[in-house]
Design a protein. Structure first.
Length: 172
């Protein structure tokens, strides 16, 4: 049968809830829980260029209540590892009101570009940042505001342009 909807008329998509039947398949609580949509998602934020000095911040609002399971960083420019001039990555959950200060990344050299314990940045390559070992800190609530900080210690050899942070979320 041809589509008989008038052009220019908006229609709401049907909501899928437990008990909904689609082409003979029943959506129930068990199959929803096992679906990729319910199990997790990812979101990305592109920050401003990471400057050679000071803090370069970006922000993301958590899309749903769950657990942060990974953070991936990538930038256009390479940056050599250096124990004097380096970046330290941190992510702080500021909560709903912006007044919390829950650390989501480990405060270790693994989240730096130090030569000792850190890792250089490779242009256009992914880098997995190390999450905090405190599992309860990784629980987030929909609407929490996260501050992503790339803090330069000393003076970096160059800027890092088009930094992108990918967050992987899982349901609690």
């Amino acid at each position: 049968m041809p589509n008989t909807k008038p052009i220019g008329v908006a229609y709401a998509d049907p909501e899928l809830v437990a008990g909904t039947t689609i082409t003979g398949a029943v959506i129930d609580a068990t199959s929803c829980t096992a679906s990729n949509i319910v199990q997790g998602a990812s979101s990305q934020v592109q920050g401003a260029t990471i400057a050679t000095t000071g803090n370069s911040d970006a922000y993301v609002v958590v899309p749903f209540t769950g657990v942060l399971s990974a953070v991936i960083f990538s930038g256009v420019d390479a940056l050599a590892a250096n124990d004097t001039n380096y970046i330290t990555f941190s992510i702080t959950d500021l909560g709903q009101a912006g007044s919390d200060s829950i650390a989501l990344l480990a405060a270790t050299d693994a989240n730096t570009t130090k030569a000792t314990g850190g890792t250089a940045l490779t242009a256009n390559a992914r880098r997995n940042l190390t999450l905090t070992g405190t599992t309860a800190s990784l629980a987030v609530t929909r609407g929490d505001r996260l501050r992503i900080r790339a803090a330069a210690t000393g003076t970096l050899a160059n800027t890092v342009t088009f930094p992108v942070y990918t967050f992987v979320w899982a349901t609690a």
